[in-house]
Ligand binder design. Structure first.
Ligand SMILES: NC(=O)c1ccc[n+]([C@@H]2O[C@H](COP(=O)([O-])OP(=O)(O)OC[C@H]3O[C@@H](n4cnc5c(N)ncnc54)[C@H](O)[C@@H]3O)[C@@H](O)[C@H]2O)c1
Ligand SMILES: C[C@@H](CO)CCC[C@@H](C)[C@H]1CC[C@H]2[C@@H]3[C@H](O)C=C4C[C@@H](O)CC[C@]4(C)[C@H]3CC[C@]12C
Length: 412
């Protein structure tokens, strides 16, 4: 917090120093006056956009959260303090603490209302990305609900109590679908009608949490101003740090450089680059104040120029250049057999639960999601707050490939 004027005076001295050198060629009094005027002008311009905002990112040490944190530090010049709240703090945070913005790491649990309240106090904006992302049956439905729903309720109440006016929530495409009936959602937008019915604890929890966030829009926060909220719905995020991509890569290495096609190439699965999702969060947080009437209570799908492909074909965009091969132009196993294996995995998980945690990638839910077309095509974020992807598809691809190549055990 003590850094408010630091950046300003530092830049001011630098300009004054350069002008002093130019002075040698001109009459001293005139030059000094000019320099003084310019210095004052620059100083005032500087203080007009002085670093004054305090942001809080919950889940700031997760896959998406880390990208949001780094993006904020790069792209939000008004930042004075960045608070990073997470159950598990990453060692990489240390390197951020030497920069001009005060970075405060807070180890805490969103299910604990008092911990959330302490972290939110004094923040201008909260970006709530913390969540339990579990579609593999690792955590109980109760725990998923507690973290994703009760945790979000705690964040909302903390904003209200603290007088924090702006709340951005990381929702998910899964709030919409795929639904339990396996209906395709083909290049839909935020207004496309779709029967959003879920049974799995993860999408149920995200849908409930999103509703809480949207319903809280307009609530009076401490001091009497209205809370302004909105929700971002990424499709399947990929990029540096993506754990499932890492798992597929290592599985491919174990299978002698091969992966076996399980999903038809015709099933499109929406994907979006993590850097663009982070950029959307930063932009929304920045624009929410100026465009509260338009953006408050809204949902936005996260999108970019990533191509529409099946889940496996899309992964091969990165794993292919890293030496893996996808075997088969059609699924190697018939669908009924996959359904049987997925059900067997679910049964084994249940039977083994008292002894060990058996949580393979394939289960009835993940099979259904991977086998149902779900893609978005929208420009709502561009229309409402001027979003354009920061990273082209080529950049996103190259960055992700480099990250896979740098992984331990890489064949490169
Ligand atoms: N990964 C995707 O494809 C994807 C797609 C759409 C939406 N999302 C959403 O984006 C958000 C981030 O997902 P991610 O993929 O980065 O997951 P992640 O697991 O990498 O990150 C989640 C972070 O939240 C933290 N967290 C979990 N429980 C917590 C608790 N009780 N208190 C405090 N922190 C807690 C974790 O420690 C982790 O750092 C989630 O809300 C998720 O639902 C993810
Ligand atoms: C049948 C398998 C053979 O290769 C493939 C299984 C792939 C699945 C593990 C993944 C397919 C689709 C993924 C989900 C999707 O990308 C969107 C998500 C939304 C987000 O909020 C959380 C993650 C996820 C549910 C993601 C999880 C993994 C898949 C089900």
């Amino acid at each position: 917090m003590g850094q408010e004027g630091g950046g300003t005076s530092g830049r001011g001295w630098c300009v004054a120093g350069r002008l002093a050198q130019a002075d040698e060629k001109t009459a001293p009094s005139e030059a000094h006056l000019g320099a003084l005027r310019l210095w004052l002008q620059l100083g005032m311009a500087d203080s007009a956009q002085a670093q004054k905002l305090v942001y809080l990112v919950t889940g700031g040490c997760g896959f998406l959260g880390e990208h949001v944190v780094r993006m904020l530090l790069q792209q939000e010049p008004r930042l004075r303090e960045l608070r990073i709240f997470d159950l598990h703090l990453g060692p990489w945070l240390e390197e951020l603490k030497t920069g001009p913005v005060q970075v405060t790491a807070i180890q805490g649990d969103v299910t604990q209302a008092h911990e959330v309240a302490a972290a939110v106090a004094g923040a201008h904006v909260v970006i709530h990305t913390a969540g339990l992302v579990d579609v593999f049956g690792r955590a109980s439905p109760e725990t998923i609900h507690e973290v994703n729903v009760q945790g979000t309720q705690n964040v909302i109440e903390a904003c209200v109590q603290a007088g924090t006016q702006f709340l951005v929530y990381t929702s998910s495409m899964e709030v919409v679908g795929p639904n339990i009936k396996g209906h395709p959602f083909y290049r839909g937008n935020e207004d496309t009608p779709y029967e959003a019915i879920h049974r799995h604890p993860y999408p149920c929890s995200k849908a409930l949490a999103e509703r809480l966030v949207l319903e809280a829009n307009g609530r009076k926060v401490r001091g009497g101003l209205p809370l302004v909220t909105c929700a971002l719905r990424p499709t399947g995020i990929y990029g540096e740090g993506h754990q499932i991509m890492r798992d597929f890569y290592h599985q491919g290495l174990r299978l002698g450089g091969r992966l076996f096609r399980a999903v038809p190439a015709s099933v499109e699965h929406g994907r979006v680059y993590v850097g663009n999702v982070a950029w959307m969060h930063v932009l929304v947080a920045r624009e929410l104040e100026q465009r509260a009437a338009l953006m408050g209570g809204q949902v936005y799908f996260c999108y970019d120029k990533s191509p529409y492909k099946s889940y496996e074909d899309f992964n091969m965009e990165f794993l292919g250049p890293c030496g893996l091969r996808l075997v088969g132009t059609r699924p190697l196993l018939p669908y009924w057999l996959l359904v049987f294996l997925a059900a067997l995995n679910a049964l084994l998980q249940w039977l083994l639960r008292p002894l060990l945690l058996y949580a393979p990638l394939l289960n009835p839910y993940t099979l259904a999601v991977a086998n149902t077309t779900f893609t978005v095509s929208t420009n709502k974020a561009q229309r409402h707050f001027g979003y354009e992807p920061l990273f082209s598809w080529e950049d996103s691809r190259t960055r992700t490939i480099r990250w896979v190549q740098a992984m331990e055990g890489s064949v490169q």
